[in-house]
Design a binder for this molecule. Structure first.
Ligand code: FMN
Length: 292
């Protein structure tokens, strides 16, 4: 349980902590100021400490020395934000140049500022920066997809595949033979059709029981992708690997994630061989109001 106290001398009874904690309802205002009446309900989001205008709240999870002030100059302008969003591109061509682990550590560290459901912060990463291991993963991905396709095309196995994967997936798999043949051909030519010879593959993972693990992962991954641009690094989400991975015990064993963890997002990362000169237009999303 969190240990929370409010310095009544410093508290100005503004009620901000009561307001921001309106779900857990840890705080109540009394004559003297705010009081942490239900610390057992705290889910450690830290918003009370972040909002208090007089630093009156002492929360053992958020010592003030770990909570720097946010100044106006720390908020990026809308132009800066837009440029960062628009300049990011998926990278599929990488230089044969290792990425310093120090930079990877920094990227992972920056990614943590993304939100997580109930502030669980239970999201972690596994990095592969050994080209032999990455090649092995690529080769296995294509091999496993090939195995699934062969199964789906085997008349004896069709009912079984339909049962396990569902009718739609079984049908897609039957049609995927040309795709698999093409990928196998690329592998045979020394290409990497899965990770594009990226020097680093990052797998973001969270506890398998976390219902919002995928959501947490996507926010963190996007933070990381935007930050990677700053270091001249290109990134690409590799959903293809993930689709095969989710069905393949062999691939799952190969990545050796810690027990009870589920891969939620997979990124290829490295120094981009080409820099993009232009931002591209995007479809303007529909926005409807109060539909019935
Ligand atoms: C969920 C998701 C899965 C993706 N999977 C792959 C993939 O397996 N291989 C790949 O080359 N690109 C993959 N991409 C990258 C998209 O193709 C790319 O984002 C899209 O074409 C737009 O290009 P941009 O990222 O340069 O803006 C994926 C992107 C997302 C969001």
């Amino acid at each position: 349980m969190a240990t929370i106290s409010v310095d009544q001398k410093a508290c100005i009874r503004c009620g901000a902590c009561v307001d921001v904690c309106n779900i857990a309802r840890v705080f109540e205002l009394d004559e003297g100021g705010s009081v942490a009446v239900r610390p057992e309900a705290c889910w450690n989001c830290g918003q009370c400490v972040a909002v208090c205008p007089t630093d009156a709240i002492d929360h053992d999870g958020f010592p003030l020395e770990d909570c720097p002030m946010i100044g106006e100059k720390d908020i990026p302008s809308i132009e800066e934000l837009t440029t960062a969003y628009r300049a990011r591109r998926s990278c599929r061509t990488f230089e044969e140049k290792p990425v310093p682990r120090e930079i990877l550590r920094e990227l992972v560290s920056l990614a943590r500022w993304a939100p997580t459901a109930q502030n669980s912060q239970s999201f972690d990463w596994v990095a592969f920066d050994d080209s032999a291991r990455i090649n092995e993963l690529s080769t296995m991905t294509v091999g496993e997809l090939g195995r699934f396709v062969r199964l789906a095309r085997n008349p004896l196995a069709v009912p079984f595949v339909r049962l396990i994967a569902g009718r739609g997936v079984a049908k897609e798999l039957r049609k995927a033979k040309p795709l698999v043949d093409g990928l196998a051909e690329k592998l045979a030519q020394g290409q990497d059709p899965v990770f594009y010879h990226a020097p680093v593959v990052l797998i973001g993972h969270s506890p398998a029981a976390n219902n919002f693990g995928r959501d947490d992962a996507i926010f963190a991954a996007y933070n990381l992708m935007l930050a990677a641009d700053h270091f001249g690094l290109g990134t690409c989400q590799i959903g293809f690997f993930q689709i095969v991975y989710e069905k393949s015990r062999r691939l799952q064993r190969k990545t050796a994630l810690p027990d009870g963890r589920k891969a939620q997002v997979v990124l290829a990362l490295g120094y981009a061989r080409h820099s993009f000169r232009r931002a591209l237009p995007r479809r303007s999303p529909n926005l409807s109001w109060n539909p019935r």
